[in-house]
Design a binder for this molecule. Structure first.
Ligand code: GLP
Length: 239
């Protein structure tokens, strides 16, 4: 595991975008696994600026970690909308070259199966990850075992509380989501984990130095062959 300690959020975002752009330079038709949440927003801003300076996404394909059940792509809190709003509307990644579980699928289980097959058939070259306060990656919550494939998950109270800030009082916050499994994530050739702020310090300590256990889902990354962590001093403050 390669751990890059940077000064702050801005530096994390710049370094993460450089890492992703190097992947595209190395392999222009990379499949990029993308993430949502507050942490990658600055990374996407940097990628947009790099695109203005010539970074070409035209041969890339993008998949995403997860989506809320019940939210159509047009819903401002859906992750499909997040990706459009923060990245896709600014870059030259063809619309046909993006995939994300559909939150509005009539049959959620069937959608999870479709998505798993699609991601596995393509193969992810570089998966970007944030981390939840309880160690979740994608929406793989602490559990008794590591989920292997894309599945429907009941969100924990901690995750619901952490993400409640995005929903207004009269919007119902979804309590279920579809997420790549830990197995799906671990099948990526390279993984880039980003983290910022002292609120992530304890979970980063457990993830990087603690026991590998499904009660800290991100701890499985210790077993991946090619993980880079880019995190700021605050997030690595207990290491
Ligand atoms: C959500 C996403 C995760 C993300 C996490 C942390 O739950 N499903 O992929 O890593 O939030 O979010 P933040 O970066 O805002 O702390």
């Amino acid at each position: 595991m390669n751990i890059i300690r940077v000064r702050d959020y801005d530096e994390m975002s710049r370094q993460a975008a450089l890492f992703i752009s190097s992947q595209i330079a190395e392999k222009p038709n990379s499949t990029l696994g993308l993430a949502t949440g507050g942490t990658p927003v600055g990374t996407y801003e940097n990628l947009v600026a790099m695109h203005r300076d010539g970074l070409d996404f035209s041969q890339c394909f993008a998949v995403n970690l997860d989506e809320y059940e019940g939210l159509p792509a047009s819903h401002p809190q859906s992750y499909a909308y997040f990706m459009h709003h923060n990245l896709f509307r600014y870059i030259n990644l063809p619309e046909s070259a993006r995939d994300i579980p559909s939150g509005s699928a009539a049959d959620g289980e069937a959608e999870c199966r479709r998505y798993e097959q699609a991601v596995r058939a393509r193969g992810v070259d570089l998966q970007l990850l944030g981390i939840g306060h309880n160690g979740h990656i994608g929406f793989n919550e602490p559990a008794d075992d590591f989920p292997r494939v894309t599945h429907r998950v009941a969100l924990t109270r901690s995750t619901l509380d952490a993400n409640a800030r995005y929903f207004t009082a009269n919007e119902k916050q979804p309590e279920f989501a579809y997420t790549m499994g830990i197995g799906t994530i671990m099948a990526a050739k390279k993984i880039l984990l980003i983290a910022s702020g002292s609120g992530k310090a304890e979970i980063m300590r457990k993830t990087l130095l603690g026991e590998v256990t499904p009660s800290v889902p991100a701890s499985i990354l210790q077993f991946h062959q090619n993980v880079t962590v880019i995190a700021d001093e605050a997030a690595l403050g207990l290491i």
